[in-house]
Write a protein that binds this ligand. Structure first.
Ligand code: NAP
Length: 253
């Protein structure tokens, strides 16, 4: 087991990439704190983990709230005494070109995607610094490097996460903490499904997505989860400050 006796926190754990990663971390021996706004989704993932003999802690929280991030990390420390792994998968994608998106869309996107990443890292990295070890996995997007357009706030937020990941990796490497970002391609979760609903011809848009990946398909959340496990575990012991593209070749051309 790659995460035996490790304590992991996963935000956005009620759905998609976060849920798949939380399930895999638990299967690999971690006790997992599941963070999300979606209480029902969290309970379903936690029940699945427990049914397989794992341990899960449900933390209903808005990742963009400092008080809730601080209280969430405190709950994990009270329950389990340490934090070994943090994965920040909570995020939103609202679409729109810069002339159309209003200030509220920009602020909400940055509050959840960027500030939500900062806040959970800010609180969870302190016990890691005290322990002299830890692995942090943030979640950017392949769009930060090669955008299809029409999602200005989201793409900017994912570029910010990539830069944030690299600079904090430098700051905390000597303290035994590794920080890396996953940069997924289009992955089959509710997020792109909602984006498709905004398209005039959803099936045509889905076909463009498939073709845009040289592998000719979109990815599955479990394929990203396996990359998350690599970055969260000792398998990546000399890897920090890396952007790991799990994108079927999207950014290779
Ligand atoms: P998803 O299925 O929508 O999961 C995201 C989860 O985050 C949802 O459970 C969502 O809850 C939760 N969330 C949203 N706002 C929150 C908040 N303020 N506080 C706490 N939880 C909140 O999406 P996904 O595809 O798995 O995305 C996971 C991450 O991967 C995101 O950062 C996304 O940008 C990134 N990513 C996804 C893709 C893709 O194609 N799927 C590609 C590249 C990167 P609600 O459902 O209640 O909003």
């Amino acid at each position: 087991m790659k995460l035996k006796d490790r304590i992991a926190i996963v935000t956005g754990a009620a759905s998609g990439i976060g849920a798949a990663s939380a399930r895999l971390f638990a299967a690999e021996g971690a006790r997992v704190a599941l963070v999300d706004l979606d209480e029902g989704g969290l309970a379903a993932v936690a029940d699945e983990i427990r049914a397989k003999g794992g341990e899960a802690l449900e933390i209903v929280a808005d990742v963009s709230r400092d008080d809730q991030a601080g209280a969430g990390v405190d709950r994990v420390l009270q329950a389990w005494g340490k934090v070994d792994v943090l994965m920040t998968a909570a995020g939103i994608s609202l679409g729109g070109t810069v002339d159309k998106i209003d200030e509220a869309i920009w602020d909400r996107t940055f509050a959840i995607n960027v500030k939500g990443t900062y806040l959970w890292v800010h609180h969870a990295i302190r016990p890691m610094i005290a322990a002299g070890s830890g692995a942090i996995v943030t979640v950017g997007s392949q769009l930060a490097q090669a955008s299809l357009g029409k999602n200005a706030a989201y793409v900017a937020s994912k570029g910010a996460i990539a830069s944030f990941t690299k600079t904090i990796a430098v700051d905390h490497a000597a303290q035994g903490i590794r920080v890396n970002a996953l940069m997924p391609g289009v992955i089959d979760t509710p997020m792109p499904a909602r984006s498709l609903q905004r398209q005039a011809d959803p099936e045509a848009a889905r076909q463009v997505w498939r073709q845009r990946h040289p592998m000719g398909r979109i990815g599955q959340p479990e394929e990203v989860a396996r990359a998350a496990l690599f970055l969260a575990s000792d398998d990546s012991s000399f890897v920090t400050g890396t952007l790991l593209f799990v994108d079927g070749g999207w950014t290779a051309h």
